[in-house]
Ligand binder design. Structure first.
Ligand code: GRG
Length: 315
């Protein structure tokens, strides 16, 4: 498999809390973990049987330079609880990245957000066609569950991971949030609606990442529950930052079409509260996420840094 597309991961994404800290230890670990996700995705794809046409669309979508934030969260939450990134966490991270990628492929379709640009490249339906993008998304979603069912060491762990992913990505999670988001273009935004959309569309996938990492790390239920709380806060903050970037950044930096939320009259934090209040809200969420990690002590330092860094990202 061609390595070049995966290798672009993670460069210059985060400015750090005090300006330019892109080469500090945290940033290096973030890049290394992103690379581990890429290598796992590459290995999984190479070892799955599928027709060349399907493989081409999966490679196109999975090799594009995503930030790998959710999948890195899986790895780091596992490491927090068992001291290392184990094989189960690598597979869980790859599965989560597949589901996230499917959601982007489908979100870009003309029936949804209708966007031609994703991760700086033509969206899947532009590079191929609409039917292929629908089927490619479907293939990513089903492959995620297949690898959890077949490649996780112990069946009870696999079942817990499958259940968590199905709950957070499914009918009462990301799909519910996406539907509410599409409907919200026709109604006046309110704080309650915003929170509902962002929690379901975005934050639950972050919760899922944290929970899957905790499960792979063999955590106690109370530890996994704590990581879930952290994931929800970080995910909500991430989405607020995303809404703010849509206002303040350009399409080239973002790798996707900027300014679309305002044009579609979307219900976003900046549209309901303004930019300054949105920033304060995101900062408060990051502080709360950091507070939740307190019982884990110094070993949660990377997760603390991540909660802050996601607010200061450039894309
Ligand atoms: C189609 C079921 C379905 C859901 C779509 C993910 C999503 C839900 C919509 C994409 C649009 C959007 C702004 C979603 C909010 C979550 C979000 C910010 C996604 C982009 O995540 P990043 O920035 O993307 O981590 P990369 O490309 O870095 O992986």
């Amino acid at each position: 498999m061609c390595k070049a597309p995966f290798e672009g991961h993670g460069q210059g994404l985060y400015q750090g809390e005090r300006g330019d800290m892109r080469d500090d230890n945290f940033s290096r670990q973030l890049r290394a973990s992103g690379q581990l996700v890429n290598v796992t995705l590459e290995r999984v794809l190479a070892s799955q049987r599928m027709p060349d046409e399907v493989r081409a669309v999966l490679r196109y979508t999975l090799e594009s330079p995503g930030k790998r934030v959710r999948s890195v969260l899986v790895l780091w939450c596992c490491e927090l609880l068992c001291g290392r990134v184990n094989r189960d966490a690598e597979i869980a991270a790859a599965a989560l990245e597949m589901v996230h990628t499917y959601s982007l492929v489908h979100d870009d379709l003309p029936a949804m957000d209708n966007d031609d640009l994703r991760r700086g490249l033509p969206s899947c339906h532009k590079a191929f066609d609409e039917a292929t993008a629908i089927l490619g998304g479907d293939a990513l979603l089903t492959l995620a569950f297949e690898i959890l069912a077949s490649r996780i060491g112990e069946a009870p762990v696999a079942v817990r991971l499958i259940r968590q992913l199905a709950e957070d990505a499914g009918a009462n999670g990301m799909i519910a949030g996406q539907l509410a988001d599409l409907e919200a273009e026709r109604v006046a935004g309110s704080e309650a609606l915003l929170e509902y959309i962002h929690t379901n569309k975005t934050a639950k996938m972050f919760r899922c990442a944290a929970a899957m990492g905790g499960i792979c790390g063999g955590g106690e239920d109370s530890e996994v529950a704590r990581l879930c709380e952290y994931g929800l806060k970080v995910g909500l903050g991430f989405q607020i930052a995303d809404d703010m970037l849509d206002v303040s950044a350009g399409s080239k930096e973002l790798g996707k079409t900027a300014g679309k939320d305002a044009r579609a009259a979307k219900c976003t934090y900046p549209s309901v509260f303004g930019m300054e209040a949105s920033r304060r809200c995101a900062e408060k969420l990051a502080d709360e996420a950091v507070g939740i990690l307190e019982p884990f002590g110094a070993k949660a330092e990377n997760l603390r840094r991540l909660a802050k860094a996601l607010l200061n990202r450039a894309r």
